[in-house]
Design a protein around this ligand. Structure first.
Ligand SMILES: Cc1ncc(COP(=O)(O)O)c(C=O)c1O
Length: 430
């Protein structure tokens, strides 16, 4: 398993930011999410330090869908980050964490009237409109509440980014946003812009997630800026804010080759500055919203191994005390992970195992075919890079309680989300 910054081996045991995994199990039990707070902080600082320009303001939003709890909003806020939220729950959590709500952008393709009203009540800074229906609702609510609301329109550049390549199509089937190739978009923009209670600022574009090809992002920037220029010329509307989304790829396994983030961010800015010059745009602010790249590698999941089993067909399983309820990503899209036997870091990897959870599904797999030292019952198994889209996608399948979250930092550890109890599981039942 790749050791991320902050991971060290002491007496054959994995330590994360100077905290041993055995100690973590003693104190919090397993299964358990563990986050290295130093790594989160360093990554926040890396984004802020490298995505800046003397031509326009920049803003980093943390895409809170990747991992949302009170403490992550507090930590990211210390670095001046804003937040992308997509629901009542994310808005509420950010608000309760004391976030500056003017730095919050409300996304989503089907925000409810209640959610939009709530966003106005909490003074959410920007609403990102997805479609005609939503525009009408936002406008009515703004009028009714006598409010002036900053809005962006989510556009679709037709850039279909795969992990190592991109293709540009004029046809886009995504449920998100409005295609820049659809003539009706000009009518919608004009309508939004004419409303007294809506301050139309510009566009939002997000081309996908876990993208490794820098050119996909640069090509999207070119398309967004060209389109912005087109809108300015045709409709005489100033485009001042662009939100370019997230999607920067990260390491899960050796097959992933992420670009060096700091260097990439500087190039990204240069491309925006260059295209801004080419298209003669007066941008005031350029925003990005990383989720995975900000949090994924900082998080790991610690499990206790129960039984091992060799099937008749020859596959050798390790069973752990969690599984698809805390990490549904293999079951969802065959996502790949690395792991280690965290109390036997120096052991020789002589066996080939499949790591399966305890849920009642044969698809409850975490990792297939990984080389590890021989596993014993009660060993600790740590899966790395589970910081994004694990806790936030967790379920109570089989009525298993959700896991706690612990932050570790320089030998200290603290609980930031408690383990669910059996009573929590029946709390809403009548
Ligand atoms: C609108 C939007 N912004 C940002 C993100 C964050 O993407 P990532 O976690 O890949 O950085 C997403 C996730 O898909 C998204 O839908």
């Amino acid at each position: 398993m790749h050791l991320f910054k902050g991971m060290t081996i002491k007496n054959n045991e994995l330590n994360i930011s100077e905290v041993g995994v055995t100690k973590l199990r003693e104190k919090y039990q397993t299964p358990l999410y563990v986050y290295d707070e130093n790594l989160i902080e360093e990554t926040c600082a890396l984004f802020v330090d490298n995505f800046k320009s003397s031509n326009f303001k920049t803003e980093i939003l943390y895409a809170s869908k990747a991992f949302s709890c009170l403490e992550i909003y507090r930590v990211a806020s210390k670095f001046g980050l804003g937040f992308d939220v997509v629901s009542f729950g994310e808005m509420y959590t950010a608000y309760k964490a004391g976030v500056d709500m003017s730095k919050v952008y409300f996304h989503g393709n089907n925000k409810t009237v209640e959610e939009l009203e709530y966003a106005l009540k909490l003074n959410v800074g920007t609403i990102v409109i997805d479609n005609d229906y939503e525009y009408e609702i936002v406008n009515k609510l703004a009028e009714k509440n006598n409010r002036y609301v900053d809005v962006l329109l989510r556009i679709n550049t037709g850039i279909d980014a795969h992990t190592h390549e991109y293709i540009k199509t004029a046809k886009d089937d995504s449920k998100f946003g409005y295609s820049v190739y659809d003539e009706n978009i000009f009518h919608l923009i004009n309508n939004i812009n004419q409303q007294e209670n809506l301050n139309f600022k510009g566009f939002h574009s997000h081309i996908g997630s876990q993208i490794f090809e820098e050119n996909s992002f640069f090509e999207a920037v070119r398309t967004v800026l060209e389109f912005s220029k087109n809108v300015q010329d045709r409709l005489n509307i100033n485009i001042t804010v662009l939100n370019l989304g997230g999607g920067f790829g990260v390491y899960y396994t050796a097959a992933d080759k992420p670009f060096e983030l700091g260097q990439f961010l500087q190039k990204y800015i240069e491309v925006v500055e260059e295209e801004q010059g080419n298209y003669d745009l007066n941008l005031e602010k350029v925003v990005i919203e990383p989720g995975r790249s900000l949090i994924c590698n900082a998080g790991s999941t610690l499990y206790t191994i129960g039984g091992t089993k060799k099937t008749f067909a020859g596959r050798e399983y390790i069973f752990v005390d969690g599984g698809m309820g805390d990490n549904p990503r293999y079951a969802l899209y065959k996502a790949k992970y690395e792991c280690t036997i965290a109390n036997n870091m120096n052991g020789e990897a002589t066996e080939e195992y499949t790591i399966a959870g305890k849920y009642c599904e044969s698809g409850d797999i975490l990792i297939k075919d990984i080389k590890l030292p021989k596993a014993q019952a009660n060993d600790l198994l740590l899966v790395s890079s589970t910081g994004a889209y694990n806790y936030s996608m967790a379920s109570n399948y089989n009525r298993l309680p959700k896991l706690p979250v612990v932050f570790v930092k320089n030998g200290e550890h603290r609980l930031v989300v408690k383990r669910e109890t059996l009573d929590d599981l029946i709390k809403q039942d009548i």
